[in-house]
Design a protein around this ligand. Sequence first.
Ligand code: NAP
Length: 241
Amino acid sequence: MSLTGQRVLIMGGGSGIGAAAAALFAARGAEVVITGRTPDRLDAAAASIEGKVTARRVDAASEREVADFFAEDVSYDHLVLAVSGGSGAGPFAGLDLDALRGAFEAKVFPQLRVLQAALPRLTASATLVTASSARAALPGTAGLAAVNGALEAAVRPLAVELAPLRVNAVSPGVIDTPWWDAVPAERRAAMFAASAAALPVGRVGRPEEPAEAIVFAATNGFVTGQVIEVNGGLTLPTGRP
Ligand SMILES: NC(=O)c1ccc[n+]([C@@H]2O[C@H](COP(=O)([O-])OP(=O)(O)OC[C@H]3O[C@@H](n4cnc5c(N)ncnc54)[C@H](OP(=O)(O)O)[C@@H]3O)[C@@H](O)[C@H]2O)c1
């Protein structure tokens, strides 16, 4: 289906899953605006994508920047919330709760703030990007589960309250994106290998894979209130002892 004439806003579109979604929307003819906090990263992403892509510097965690952005008289058909950040990972007994509060400030409140501010400008869909930590029950992820579970829990009531706007989430598993850059290369490679070995699909994900689910959630007019898991089988009960 062509998306020519439709406008898509991707908050957190300068890299990884958001940038991959921008490329897919643009390939189908949509006009795409990508936002983030790092101008060089945004410009590089916009330059690498064929089609109508504009980069704007907006910090989704800043109430003022978000309000200023939506004060502009521009409407959007689809909103994608791909911002991430903050910590909150690690064994619960030693979990730094201030860091966990920071993770809520870096992901939950920016996504909710942007959605709220966008409402007068938004006509068709909003897609949150959460994480399979919300449901995977992996040791060391209680904090991440709380952050992403908070967003996932909001999806169903939002879909009912904000109708006819459709609200969904895409919940990725381990995806090879710059999100992992903070982990030293050797440790990251070991973590990806361990993850691949544990997954039914035998590998970690590519950013295009959750991005395809984002485009599906945004464009299928009969899908709302759903959390779409794109995680290689991470949350499946394996039956293994
Ligand atoms: N990669 C994975 O394994 C994985 C797994 C589960 C869930 N996820 C989720 O998927 C989403 C996308 O992550 P990704 O893997 O694609 O990582 P990524 O490449 O780091 O993308 C996140 C993007 O968000 C932007 N961003 C962060 N904070 C922002 C803010 N306050 N305002 C505006 N933009 C902001 C970043 O750009 P700037 O820093 O320049 O602003 C970056 O371009 C995140 O919500 C992440 O939690 C990822």
